[in-house]
Design a protein around this ligand. Structure first.
Ligand SMILES: Cc1cc2nc3c(=O)[nH]c(=O)nc-3n(C[C@H](O)[C@H](O)[C@H](O)COP(=O)(O)OP(=O)(O)OC[C@H]3O[C@@H](n4cnc5c(N)ncnc54)[C@H](O)[C@@H]3O)c2cc1C
Length: 364
């Protein structure tokens, strides 16, 4: 039997990836109703390709529940007119073979839960917080289970108890807080506003609601610090601000023997490229490809780690670099703005081409 610890994006996707090979038990510490509540998530074309590799029905269900913004506008601290714009509708399908979507996390979660629920080889148990994990021979013993399992997936997020038990390391606080709120919507364009030391992302979740994320340095208080008058208009209608401290996992860790680590448990990264969830879906797809070739073995986990490590390292590094670019103060920001303006859409896409063009290796 395969045990997956955690029913977030990574855990649910991994269960779907592995159920063709054995029965899967997912253990989730919370009630799955509130496990993925809140906010929205952007899904870039590579995430859609990963979903399609797991199941075309699942990918379609996500597409049906999501919004497809018409484009992206990048703004500097000074004003309302964009420095550069990307026409998502014109380029995404044509360049990457999949759309760029925005979706409420609850909707993405529901699509995954529905897929898990209709797979008779997967069982999901709520309210089971896994506290201890111990290696026994080639398998793993969990305190809550009578029998050891032969294959274990650590999908329990940035504070992973499974990883803690095996490696002894823990999450690293970045000092950043992502403030999340919602506002009304009047445009189907995603916007990114860069300001000294912080940035703001705004996109449609549904026809009448925008998801708004303001990334700033902590400490967390009851609401984010006020924005300068030049940007205050962008958050004037936002309510329900909630802080989300940003922690990362470094070094990245992809597992050990017949234990595979996926998603934030493996490689939580700063969200400045909007790729953490996409990487979790890619992990699941890659794991499926490796297991279909090597079976539920340490060799498959090893091949998975080798396939994922260089890409995750590069994505996490570029995400960190995006933060430096977004947050640079004046006068350096004036030069940055000139470069973005001169490069336009082509330069923006050139930076993400290698990310969005991903397909799982060794498709099984
Ligand atoms: C502000 C912000 C914005 C983001 N925006 C994007 C974006 O636009 N696009 C994108 O792709 N990514 C984005 N991300 C990243 C993305 O949210 C994460 O990478 C992704 O949710 C990780 O999924 P996961 O399943 O690995 O972890 P989690 O979502 O944390 O799920 C872990 C699950 O494990 C459970 N669990 C934890 N401990 C235990 C235990 N001991 N026993 C049992 N169960 C346990 C938890 O309850 C949870 O359900 C963003 C992140 C942040 C902070």
């Amino acid at each position: 039997m395969i045990v997956v610890v955690g029913a977030g994006i990574a855990g649910l996707a991994s269960a779907l990836a592995l159920s063709p090979f054995a029965k899967v038990l997912i253990l989730e510490r919370r009630s799955s109703e509130d496990a993925n509540a809140g906010a929205g998530i952007q899904l870039s074309p590579n995430a859609i390709h990963a979903l399609r590799f797991l199941s075309t029905d699942l990918a379609q269900s996500v597409v049906d529940r999501a919004s497809a913004p018409s484009g992206l506008q990048i703004l500097g601290a000074a004003g309302r007119s964009p420095l550069a714009a990307v026409n998502y509708r014109a380029v995404m399908h044509q360049r990457y073979g999949a759309p760029y979507l925005t979706i409420a996390r609850g909707e993405l979660y529901q699509a995954l839960i529905d897929a898990v629920g209709s797979d008779p080889r997967i069982t999901l148990k709520d309210n089971v917080p896994v506290a201890s994990v111990e290696r026994v021979g080639d398998g793993w013993r969990l305190a809550d289970l009578a029998e050891p399992c032969s294959f274990l997936v650590a999908a329990d997020g940035v504070n992973s108890a499974v990883r803690g038990a095996v490696t002894g390391d823990g999450p690293i606080d970045t000092g950043f807080i992502a403030w999340r709120g919602t506002g009304g919507t009047d445009a189907d364009v995603t916007s990114l506003t860069m300001m000294p030391g912080r940035h703001l992302v705004r996109y449609a979740l549904r026809e009448d609601t925008d998801n708004v994320v303001l990334v700033d340095k902590g400490p967390a208080s009851d609401r984010p610090a006020a924005l300068d008058s030049a940007q205050a208009f962008a958050v004037a209608d936002v309510t329900g601000w909630r802080p989300w401290p940003i922690a990362v996992r470094e070094p990245h860790w992809f597992g050990d023997g017949t234990l595979a680590a996926v998603g934030d448990a493996s490689h939580a990264m700063v969200p400045f490229l909007a790729q953490g969830g996409a990487m979790a879906l890619e992990d699941a797809a890659q794991l499926k490809a490796e297991v279909s070739r090597d079976g539920l073995t340490a060799a498959a986990v090893d091949a998975y780690a080798k396939a994922r490590a260089p890409r995750i390292k590069r994505v996490a590094a570029q995400a960190k670099q995006q933060g430096l670019i977004y947050h640079v103060p004046a006068p350096a920001s004036w030069g940055r703005d000139l470069v973005i303006k001169a490069g336009g859409e082509r330069a923006v896409l050139r930076r993400v081409d290698w990310i969005y063009r991903w397909r799982p290796a060794h498709q099984g």
